[in-house]
Ligand binder design. Structure first.
Ligand SMILES: [Zn+2]
Length: 281
């Protein structure tokens, strides 16, 4: 499933293909993904120029020289392809094709169709149900230890669950929560409201580091991906604890410890991976 770093990478990859270009043609190849495509999509976008691309949580936002913002969510298996081939023939799961005025096709492909494409107005965006209760962007300046402390105040849930709550911080998925808690040395079972400010300082910094590193890794392999087949893809990251149950973590290994330390537990139906030695409540 595309997580925040992948969505950021896809957004950055789309910039050169879409920015300051007009949409010449919109082709829907089926009526819906998880929700129906907007009926007026062609009318709203054709002849309009893209002014900027941004990201909010795991949503890609395409801002036009009208009041419209095209919102794309990749769901579980959504991908965006940039196709500059004149002989492009849509493939089975190519559900939406935006053809730019330079002939490039921006293709939304999604075998499982859990993705979403919809329109919001620039002014109405903040009050739209997808965005109105969203917490801070983890990479933004308004995500810091004092703010996090305030949001976690009195919370009796685990820190792992709290960090997955989109009202606390948005777009942070399961993998990156596990990795950041490991790097901060905080047990995923620690009570959210009980973690001290100095430890939250470390945690917020580690969250930003982990995401920034993943974006950087994605950014560098993106180029090869696009040269290969025009695909803005996702990348195999190397994780320190995620999906490493029964292994010795990097930190323990460096200390010469050789007994398996990475454990998997289930919290709110999701797998949590952590080091039993290094992560404290
Ligand atoms: Zn360990």
């Amino acid at each position: 499933m595309p997580e925040l770093p992948e969505v950021e990478t896809v957004m950055r990859g789309l910039e050169p293909a879409m920015m300051n270009k007009e949409i010449k043609h919109v082709q829907k190849r089926r009526p819906d993904l998880r929700i129906p495509f907007p009926e007026n999509l062609e009318k709203a976008l054709e002849g309009r120029a893209v002014q900027s691309l941004t990201r909010r949580a795991k949503y890609i936002l395409v801002h036009f020289d009208s009041d419209d913002v095209l919102v794309i969510h990749l769901g579980m298996s959504g991908r965006v392809l940039i196709v500059s081939d004149d002989d492009y023939q849509p493939e089975k799961h190519d559900h939406l094709i935006l053809t730019m005025n330079d002939g490039t096709h921006i293709v939304y492909n999604d075998p499982r169709r859990f993705g979403m494409v919809f329109l919001v107005s620039q002014d109405g965006m903040l009050s739209h149900k997808a965005f109105k209760d969203m917490g801070s962007e983890p990479l933004g300046n308004d995500f810091n230890a004092p703010i996090l402390k305030e949001r976690l105040k009195g919370k009796k849930t685990s820190i792992k669950q709290a960090l997955l709550d989109q009202r606390v911080v948005c777009g942070l998925g399961n993998i990156y929560v596990c990795e950041a808690l490991y790097e901060a040395g905080i047990s995923p079972k620690a009570l959210a409201g009980s973690i001290s400010l100095p430890r939250l300082e470390i945690l917020t910094r580690k969250i930003k580091d982990v995401l920034a590193r993943a974006i950087k890794a994605g950014g560098s392999s993106l180029k090869d991906f696009r040269q290969a087949d025009g695909e803005l893809g996702y990348f195999q990251h190397s994780f320190l604890v995620y999906d490493r149950e029964g292994h010795v973590c990097k930190g323990c290994k460096e200390e010469g410890y050789d007994k398996p330390c990475v454990k998997r537990i289930v919290q709110s139906g999701r797998s949590t991976f952590y080091c039993m030695r290094r992560q404290k409540r």
